[in-house]
Design a protein around this ligand. Structure first.
Ligand SMILES: C[S@@+](CC[C@H](N)C(=O)[O-])C[C@H]1O[C@@H](n2cnc3c(N)ncnc32)[C@H](O)[C@@H]1O
Length: 325
């Protein structure tokens, strides 16, 4: 189905790539925070998208009235409808909802308007380039504020936000039924999101204290299908399907040197055991490309995410090279 995705706007590249990874296509059209592509997956998996629509048609500002009059609204109409205009671009469509709604009213049998609970929610999205008309398929509410790291029973100052954790999981494109692994799981921020998305998750950490907090957090969110083990991530031997992990870090150069060795060891280990894709979160003090260039991984995407004044992170999607290449 051709869909319109209204992206949430913090990091548009990541938001677009999250959708493309789950849709399994790179073929898309994008303008500002509106992305159009063919997709068929559970839209509530998305982290950085606010709304998903079935694409009905697109047109210029001048053609909107005619297109609204010509569209066969019976094809999509159920029970009652609402119509909203969403102005995103510099050109604003004036409040013409009532006038435009008449076209729907005139085309369907027993028309009814319900502005609050309409079964057929039509929205007209006005971008700086063209107008899209869509039928709302999913209004995504991730309720991230209920999972803010400082509200969990087990806390760690460097835990990434649930929104970022969920987006990173999706960037791997992990399909239903595969196992998500975090080899440096800490208090479980990534495992919580993975568990809520109904993946079986496995977490490893070298610190027993962290694993205890991780267990408490997973219990707190009623997540059942997980395993956590005390384990040095550089000595893992079993095959891992999909990995999302936030590497340990520190700021002094002494620590940074030690960390580089740890990262290099871990990447060497991961090269032998990763089956599909991984998202690795590096502190920006580390030359992650130099480290990855010493491995056989393909760097598919990189995103720089600002955390606060003295901390930003490089989020890197890696995969094994295609055997046929
Ligand atoms: C940045 S924290 C992970 C934060 C985590 N995402 C969370 O939500 O709390 C990195 C974790 O790596 C763990 N760690 C450090 N060295 C390790 C190693 N060699 N193997 C496994 N875990 C290790 C630390 O104990 C720490 O919990």
């Amino acid at each position: 189905m051709k869909c319109i995705f209204l992206l949430s706007g913090e990091d548009l590249d990541m938001a677009r790539d999250e959708v493309m990874a789950l849709a399994g296509t790179e073929d898309h059209w994008m303008f500002d925070n509106v992305l159009v592509l063919d997709a068929d997956f559970r839209f509530d998996r998305l982290s950085l998208t606010r709304k998903v629509y079935q694409h009905l048609f697109e047109c210029s500002y001048a053609d909107l009235d005619r297109m609204m009059a010509e569209y066969d609204w019976k094809k999509v109409y159920r029970n009652h409808f609402s119509l909203r205009i969403i102005n995103l671009g510099p050109v604003k469509l004036p409040d013409k909802e009532a006038l435009l709604a008449k076209h729907i009213w005139n085309k369907v049998r027993e028309p009814r308007v319900d502005l609050k609970h309409a079964k057929t929610k039509i929205e007209i999205i006005v971008t700086g380039e063209k107008i899209f008309v869509g039928l709302v398929k999913k209004d995504i509410n991730n309720e991230f504020s209920k999972r803010r790291p400082n509200t969990r029973p087990g806390r760690h100052p460097t835990t990434i936000s649930p929104k970022l954790a969920k987006a990173c999981i999706n960037l791997t494109g992990i399909p239903v039924g595969k196992v998500l692994v975090d080899p440096f799981c800490g208090t479980g921020g990534i495992m919580i999101e993975g568990g809520l998305m109904r993946f079986n998750t496995i977490g490893y950490d070298i610190s027993e204290k962290m694993l205890k907090m991780c267990h408490r957090n997973l219990d707190y969110f009623l997540i059942k299908r997980f395993r956590i083990e005390i384990q040095d991530a550089t000595t893992l031997r079993n095959l891992l399907d999909y990995v999302v992990t936030d590497l340990p870090y520190g700021k002094s150069s002494k620590i940074t040197d030690k960390l580089e060795l740890l990262y290099a060891d871990f990447l060497k280990t991961l090269e032998n055991i990763l089956r599909y894709k991984a998202v690795i979160i590096f502190p920006n003090s580390i030359d992650y490309l130099a480290l990855l260039n010493k491995t056989g991984f393909v760097v598919e995407k990189t995103y720089n995410v600002y955390v606060h004044k003295s901390l930003s992170r490089n989020i890197v999607l890696i995969s094994k090279p295609n055997k046929e290449d």
